[in-house]
Write a protein that binds this ligand. Structure first.
Ligand SMILES: NC(=O)c1ccc[n+]([C@@H]2O[C@H](COP(=O)([O-])OP(=O)(O)OC[C@H]3O[C@@H](n4cnc5c(N)ncnc54)[C@H](OP(=O)(O)O)[C@@H]3O)[C@@H](O)[C@H]2O)c1
Length: 285
């Protein structure tokens, strides 16, 4: 099966390319999803059976002020790729986010729950989902959350929460971390493996894919520090203390009902995944 990965040098894209080295990897220099005409030429030459679109404008706070850019990449860009896939009779894997939910629930969000984003980022990603699902039936829309992978999130300066905590732990100064936002951390490598497994079957639709379990950012940080045996002090704080421009969901854990229905809900716990990640990064002795 010929595979094309858009955003191949990003956090998820890098792990996809590691696990599927035969795929054609495309960086933004090769293919900019906001340029439909050029994207058509590039993908037309490759003739992929499946395209995985990891590209996004994902600076959550900046999206609040750069609404046009957020929609151009996350919504219109997604629509461009969906139209091209339809012309090429290719399937499309499109990545989305837990931030399509407001976070008012207290139990994991199911694929059947109505999205109600509170941020421009979440709204633009939801618009992208709609572009894809209304254009192309052969789609897998995959919502994930709190990604950590060895390449780091390119859109966020090539880093991720785990890397930031490890760096701060090494500096040894008090670390303040939000304790009232609950997420489902996800190892990019595990997500990449699940995507590659999913595309083996034509079971199209919407999927929630994260590692198993949930935690606050504070609990996530505490586990990171425990695993690297750091004694750096850690203090739980409220999200309001950071006065971020975008109001994050208080609870955005994703339930995996659709993976379950396929017998594919076997992702390991976020704690086991975190340990594997720190080993991969050589942070564990
Ligand atoms: N990171 C998270 O915690 C998280 C959580 C939930 C969902 N997601 C979703 O998961 C997906 C992957 O995230 P990630 O962490 O791997 O992000 P990432 O590291 O920022 O990777 C995104 C990739 O897309 C490229 N890109 C950006 N704009 C593009 C454009 N117009 N055309 C083509 N390529 C473009 C980026 O290249 P340049 O940087 O060189 O422009 C980068 O290679 C995204 O769809 C994101 O919304 C991420």
């Amino acid at each position: 099966m010929k595979l094309a990965v858009i955003g191949a040098d990003g956090q998820l894209g890098t792990d996809l390319m590691k696990l599927a080295p035969q795929a054609v990897g495309l960086t933004v220099a090769d293919l900019d999803i906001t340029d439909e005409a050029k994207s058509r030429v590039v993908l037309g030459q490759i003739k992929p059976a499946v395209v995985i679109n990891t590209a996004a404008y994902n600076r959550v706070d900046d999206c609040e002020e750069k609404k046009e850019l957020a929609y151009a990449v996350n919504a219109a860009g997604a629509g461009n790729i969906a139209r091209i896939c339809k012309e090429l009779n290719a399937a499309l894997v499109h990545l989305s986010t837990d931030y399509v939910f407001a976070g008012t629930k207290k139990t994991p969000y199911k694929e059947t729950d109505n999205p109600d984003p509170t941020t421009v980022y979440g709204a633009s990603k939801l618009a992208g989902e709609k572009e894809v699902s209304s254009t192309l039936s052969q789609h897998y829309i995959i919502r994930t959350s709190a990604l950590f992978g060895t390449a780091g999130c390119l859109g966020k300066g090539g880093t991720n929460f785990v890397d930031v905590m490890v760096k701060k732990a090494q500096e040894g100064k008090l670390i303040k971390v939000v304790a009232d936002e609950i997420v489902g951390p996800t190892y990019a490598r595990d997500l990449a493996a699940k995507i590659l497994q999913l595309i083996e079957q034509p079971e199209y639709g919407l999927y929630h894919v994260t590692n198993a379990g949930q935690c606050s950012w504070y609990e996530f940080a505490r586990e990171i520090l425990r695993l690297i045996s750091s004694k750096t002090p850690l203090e739980p704080v409220s999200g309001t203390e950071f006065q971020a421009k975008a109001k994050r969901p208080a609870y955005s854990v994703l339930a995996h009902d659709h993976l379950k229905q396929l017998g594919l809900d076997d992702l390991r716990s976020w704690q086991d995944a975190l340990k594997a990640y720190l080993q991969e990064k050589a942070c564990l002795k």
